[in-house]
Design a protein around this ligand. Structure first.
Ligand SMILES: Cc1cc2nc3c(=O)[nH]c(=O)nc-3n(C[C@H](O)[C@H](O)[C@H](O)COP(=O)(O)OP(=O)(O)OC[C@H]3O[C@@H](n4cnc5c(N)ncnc54)[C@H](O)[C@@H]3O)c2cc1C
Ligand code: SF4
Ligand code: SF4
Length: 442
């Protein structure tokens, strides 16, 4: 087994929108960058979204060019399907021990033609579609994946060899083993993103057992043109929902779950999805149960007002419990705050939990970067340097540092790249104090 070693200026960990933007901003300034992503494709959560607030741009249309720019940039080496296993300090630089996981597909040979996928007899729940659709044991991860290379799930493979026979370039390779490599970098940008609150966390909302109580990311896939059904259908029986309710703060601002903060994006994504659903299902009634609506960004309040004008109902009410009837229709028990705290039960066809954001990864043990009380990376001077961590040379961007939307993820990516560039510049070209003789007096 040969150990490859790469020496670069910056290592970016995580290939969501924040990591991709930070890598591009550094690479455009001439720095050599390695971007390491644990999944088989870059794109993060953003590539799975339908449209984005507040512009309602098609998410795939705006994310795919960034993914492609990362893959083709001469100063970026993209390593997907890799796990960073350890980080050591070597003088003033960092050395990352990385394990490249076997795809069982030769990346050099694979053209992404998907013949292997069509031949494979094994269907598995597709996590990209929030497990509503299916994919094969060997597949290109999704239609706009970067790189467009297949990956084979050896744990669920029959070893029947059908993919091997179908592949026109003999790229299937069952003999692949994990490949270690070392990356030495002067600076690190952490862009490890977020996870969502599990539906199972809240007993009062059915603990994940009610089939027609779904989360916001599931609705993104139902609305996406590349989604599992090509139409909005509810999971239990494939019926088109005529009445849809959103439950806000389902996993944020909730001391019982230990999540005391506001996740900042849920009000806006609920409003966005409600607008998109009323386009996809013009006859559907859509209700948003909220404690207060937080539309903090540029153009966001107008977006909210547009949704009200479209007929989406905003009901100020605390949802206490969700149960279901015999047809799996969710029953929402809610205290109507504007009606003297009257308690009512409303039956809907589909309920969407506006789940919140949790940290996607805890870098404390491996990177020596402390985390704050909320579990996200600690920022010692959030007002003055919002992307600088407690450890010299390690920066953070996007939702790895706290809940934020795409606009702020991109802005913090630019900020983290500038901080990293300044740090690299300081070390490479120490600012020499000019002697009196060198000073030019005008
Ligand atoms: C339902 C929903 C709808 C939304 N809609 C909108 C919207 O319309 N507009 C908007 O502005 N925002 C929206 N958002 C928010 C948006 O998704 C985020 O702001 C954005 O995707 C954050 O990007 P990120 O790069 O920080 O994180 P992520 O997208 O989570 O990317 C992190 C990446 O890092 C990788 N990674 C994690 N750990 C490691 C590791 N240890 N090693 C290597 N790789 C690792 C992950 O695999 C992932 O690819 C929505 C959020 C939700 C939940
Ligand atoms: S060998 Fe495995 S991956 Fe290939 S076709 Fe058979 S089951 Fe699918
Ligand atoms: S492994 Fe072969 S058949 Fe599968 S996508 Fe790649 S080139 Fe096509």
């Amino acid at each position: 087994m040969t150990l490859s070693r790469l020496r670069v200026d910056a290592l970016v960990v995580g290939g969501g929108i924040a990591g991709m933007q930070a890598a591009l901003d550094l690479a455009d300034q001439g720095y050599q960058v390695v971007l390491v992503e644990k999944q088989a494709s870059i794109g993060g959560k953003m590539i799975a979204l339908s449209k984005v607030f507040p512009t309602l741009d098609c998410c795939s249309c705006i994310t795919t060019p960034k993914m492609s720019a990362v893959a083709h940039h001469p100063n970026i080496q993209l390593l997907t399907y890799c796990d960073i296993q350890a980080i050591h300090q070597n003088g003033a630089s960092y050395v990352a021990d990385v394990l490249k996981k076997p795809r069982y597909v030769d990346e050099e040979l694979c053209t992404g033609c998907r013949q292997c996928e069509y031949a494979c007899p094994i269907d598995l729940p597709n996590p990209f579609d929030m497990n509503l659709g299916a994919y094969r044991a060997v597949r290109v991860p999704f239609s706009t994946a970067v790189p467009q290379k297949a990956v084979l799930d050896i744990d669920n493979c029959l070893l029947c060899g059908k993919c091997e026979q179908a592949c026109p370039v003999s790229a299937i390779d069952f003999t692949q083993t994990p490949q270690p490599l070392e990356i030495e970098a002067q600076a690190i940008v952490l862009a490890t993103g977020y996870a969502i609150t599990s539906k199972a966390a809240k007993q009062e909302y059915g603990a994940g057992r009610l089939p027609n109580v779904v989360d916001g990311l599931t609705v993104e896939r139902l609305l996406a043109p590349t989604g599992p059904y090509g139409h909005v259908l509810r999971p239990s029986d494939g019926k088109e929902p005529g009445s849809i309710a959103y439950v806000q703060c389902a996993g944020s601002r909730d001391q019982t779950l230990g999540v005391e903060y506001c996740s900042r994006v849920c009000c806006m994504y609920a409003i966005k999805q409600a607008m998109l659903l009323s386009g996809a299902l013009p006859m559907a009634d859509i209700t948003i149960y909220y404690m207060d609506i937080r539309t903090f960004g540029k153009g966001y309040e107008q977006f909210y007002q547009n949704a009200q004008a479209m007929g989406i109902q905003f009901v100020k009410g605390k949802v206490a419990r969700i149960t279901e009837d015999a047809e799996h229709n969710p029953i929402v028990r809610v205290e109507l705050i504007d009606e003297g705290s009257r308690i009512v039960e409303q039956v809907h066809d589909l309920v969407v939990l506006s789940v919140g954001m949790l940290p996607g990864y805890n870098p404390q043990a491996m990177y020596g970067v402390p985390i704050a009380g909320d579990g996200f990376v600690k920022i010692p001077a959030p007002n003055m340097a919002p992307t600088v961590t407690d450890r010299a040379g390690i920066f953070v961007t996007g939702t790895a540092s706290g809940p934020m939307d795409i606009v702020d993820s991109i802005m913090t990516a630019g900020a983290a790249a500038s901080e990293a560039a300044a740090y690299l510049q300081e070390r490479y070209v120490p600012a020499a104090v000019p002697s009196e003789k060198e000073l030019v007096h005008v």
